[in-house]
Design a protein around this ligand. Structure first.
Ligand code: NAD
Length: 342
């Protein structure tokens, strides 16, 4: 380190990249935003102005040569993650890689091996593990408040139309990866077990305009799962729902049930003669998980500074990718898939 603060470069200054960049530019202890790597000139210019950061690299390999960059946050489209993470590890930079970790389990193995070989931290961006409500729920389950866990149900539905690269299943692995990676990780976290078998169904209901160009694209998916320890799980995912950002978890136990998340933003409900009941919906993952992203970024820096393992490991990222690929295979082949055979 060339200063008492960890120098961080955010690679990819799109929607999620800007959240991490803003955190490191302002509120993360013992860290500072040193540079941005972004090939799109206009996006980069805007980000640099907004965040008052001077260094911009169009090619991430130049950022990896910068001695003031100690760590990188990889927030590019998913199919670039493997190459960037392996190169960053080989350059001795610590890495926070956004979910989904990569496209395949083999890519994840290469990323984990590169981090281990170079002795750098590799953390994966499952920020729900840093969210207060999810963490409280997990603690309640651990204390046995609802008895033994029987079923974990998790859903995520996003309001906006996908980025163009996300329509292409070959580039993004589809909504199971883009949207439901978080739910998959949540199920692993709450069951404390591994997926054993999945059965998924999916279709494109809301995006008819891309049916010809991207025939495999689906905007709605449901997945049922069994776990190695006998527990059950279900996930549903959607994009382009329009009505708001919907992320909810339900855990059913032998002695009770537990709910996390709700669709209304503030808990305030108004009612008048002309419109009846009215409660604004949560607008975006950006607002719902603002604090979770901040805690995630702080957790990454703390893990590096203290030499302790990150809260979300490369293994966690890899297991989610394995489930995504099994789910997509189940959709294609219209049958249940056992994870060990995948
Ligand atoms: N944790 C979360 O909840 C969350 C939310 C949104 C996105 N993500 C993840 O973050 C990643 C990016 O998603 P997004 O929605 O921000 O996408 P985006 O398309 O908005 O942004 C991606 C950016 O990366 C840039 N880029 C492309 N190739 C690059 C390269 N080689 N080097 C540097 N920059 C490059 C693009 O120009 C673009 O600005 C994806 O993996 C996505 O799944 C995570």
């Amino acid at each position: 380190m060339t200063s008492d603060k960890l120098g961080v470069c955010v690679i990819g200054a799109g929607r999620a990249g800007l959240i991490h960049a803003a955190n490191f530019a302002k509120g993360i202890r013992k860290a500072r935003l040193t540079a941005i790597s972004e090939p799109n000139r206009e996006t980069a210019k805007q980000a640099c102005q907004e965040l008052e950061v001077e260094r911009h690299y169009r090619d991430y390999r130049q950022a990896l040569e910068d001695h003031e960059v100690d760590a990188v946050v990889v927030v590019t489209p998913t199919d670039y993650h493997r190459d960037i993470v392996v190169a960053a590890a080989d350059a001795g930079k610590h890495i926070l890689c956004e979910k989904p970790m990569a496209m395949t389990v083999a890519e994840c193995d290469e990323m984990i091996a590169a981090a281990e070989k170079n002795n750098v931290v590799l953390q994966i961006g499952f920020m729900r593990r840093f969210d207060q409500s999810f963490a409280y729920a997990k603690e309640q389950v651990r204390q046995g408040v609802i008895g033994d866990v029987v079923l974990v149900k998790s859903l995520t539905r996003g309001p906006s139309i996908p980025q163009r690269w996300q329509y292409d299943i070959a580039k993004s692995n589809g909504p199971l990866a883009e949207v439901n990676s978080h739910d998959i990780d949540t199920l692993r976290w709450f069951t404390e077990s591994e997926f054993e078998q999945v059965y998924a169904i999916a279709g494109n209901y809301r995006c008819p305009e891309v049916r010809d160009e991207f025939p495999d694209f689906y905007d709605n998916v449901v997945m049922a799962a069994t776990f190695a320890n006998g527990m059950q799980g279900t996930i549903d995912g959607a994009v382009s729902v329009g009505y708001g950002y919907d992320a909810r978890l339900e855990v059913v136990g032998t002695e009770g049930v537990l709910f996390v998340g709700r669709l209304d933003q503030s808990g305030v409900v108004t009612c008048n003669r002309s419109n009846g009941l009215n409660a604004p919906a949560v607008a975006s993952w950006r607002s719902l998980f603002t604090e979770a992203y901040r805690h995630e970024d702080q957790g990454f820096v703390d893990a590096i500074m203290s030499g302790t393992p990150p809260a979300v490991s490369g293994h966690d990222g890899k297991m989610a990718v394995k489930v995504v690929n099994a789910g997509n295979r189940s959709i294609r082949e219209e049958k249940p898939i056992r994870l060990n055979d995948d």
